[in-house]
Design a protein around this ligand. Structure first.
Ligand code: ADP
Length: 341
């Protein structure tokens, strides 16, 4: 498909360039032709005048240019046609090659986008299939059981509900990933209080931190940054949720914010399972989950950090990670401060 589109675009480039080139060639030919005809006519006129004795033979113009030669003028016209033909052929070949190269360059980002979209659809349907298959087989087994008691049915429905909630989270995340670029418009940025954002995020993860008895230490002074509050809250919910999920019970998680001259850094630090060096470069990729046996029991689809990175990128900020296996992980966000006039 890419090659077909590339040839089509090259053909369009060629049509436009050749139309311009042929137009100019025609203009040059007509101009030169008129001049040659005029020259021929002038010579013939002088010859006539010499014959009639109006002009003497030693007329300077005639001496200088000699006798008009119709053959020579005809040959000049033909040479001109050849020269213009060759120039056009050279332009055709050169612009064909250059057009093919440029068409490739123009279409490459579009191809990358289409490939990326196809991969996203494949990954998403793959992820959706697993919980859907589990749900389906659970329902089928339940329906086949002729002695299903009310208690069993309730248990089955509860398990189904859990799967449905997971599926809903997954579809929300997928929608978010698909729309994120469009939802964040720098025109909607406003000054937001970092401590207010972090406090709201902490509230959302509180049930999980209470369940795991993990203490959240917030060391954030009142600093303002530019952005969209709801999106930034989402980033901190993802980071805090992970910090709690991948920490051992009764541990601690710190959130530290610092302001330098022209930037604000926020670190989310945990003392949990950590991430191996081999996995670190991939954790912001969609659907990437560290395949360690102890991580497998922890629910997730590997979409949180991909979403967080998208939001952070569109805030012109950066997100980096440092981790030591079995010691802990630190995610660091860096926001540039916009100077006030
Ligand atoms: P998930 O829903 O699987 O947590 P994420 O995109 O949020 O998806 O994270 C991707 C992977 O990165 C996780 O599966 C986990 O292995 C690893 N990870 C993320 N945060 C942490 C953390 N704080 N400590 C250890 N591992 C982490």
């Amino acid at each position: 498909m890419f090659e077909k589109a590339r040839f089509k675009l090259t053909a369009w480039y060629l049509v436009i360039i050749m139309a311009i080139s042929l137009f100019f060639s025609f203009a040059v030919y007509t101009g030169v032709n008129t001049e040659l005809n005029r020259l021929e006519k002038t010579h013939l006129k002088i010859q006539e005048e010499i014959k009639e004795g109006v002009v003497v033979t030693h007329d300077e113009h005639f001496i200088k240019f000699g006798k008009p030669d119709p053959e020579f003028i005809k040959e000049s016209k033909q040479r001109l046609i050849w020269a213009l033909g060759l120039i056009n052929l050279a332009i055709l070949l050169f612009s064909g090659a250059a057009g093919y190269f440029l068409a490739g360059r123009t279409l490459r980002p579009i191809k990358r986008m289409i490939d990326e979209q196809n991969r996203f659809i494949t990954d998403a349907s793959h992820e959706l299939r697993t919980p859907l298959t589990a749900l389906r087989s659970e329902i089928e087994v339940g329906l086949r059981n002729k002695n299903l008691s009310l208690n069993d049915a309730k248990k089955l429905l509860n398990s189904n509900l859990e799967e449905v909630i997971n599926l809903q989270t997954l579809s929300d995340n997928l929608l978010e990933l698909a729309q994120n670029g469009r939802l964040i418009d720098p025109k909607n940025f406003e000054e937001v209080s970092l401590s207010a954002i972090i406090n709201k995020a902490v509230k959302k993860v509180e049930p999980l931190s209470l369940k795991k008895q993990i203490k959240l230490n917030i060391k954030v002074k009142d600093i303002t940054i530019n952005g969209i509050a709801d999106r930034l809250i989402e980033v901190f919910v993802i980071l805090l949720d992970n910090a709690i999920k991948y920490s051992i019970n009764k541990g601690g998680v710190e959130i530290v914010a610092q302001k330098d001259k022209d930037q604000v850094s926020v670190s989310v630090i945990d003392h949990g399972v950590g991430i191996e060096a081999d996995d670190l470069p991939h954790i912001f990729e969609r659907f990437y989950r560290v395949s360690k046996s102890r991580n497998k029991s922890i629910a997730g689809y590997g979409l949180g950090l991909a979403i967080a990175k998208k939001i952070i990128d569109s805030h012109h900020a950066t997100i980096t990670v440092e981790s030591i296996p079995d010691k802990g992980t630190t995610f660091k966000l860096l926001f540039r401060l916009i100077p006030h006039n």
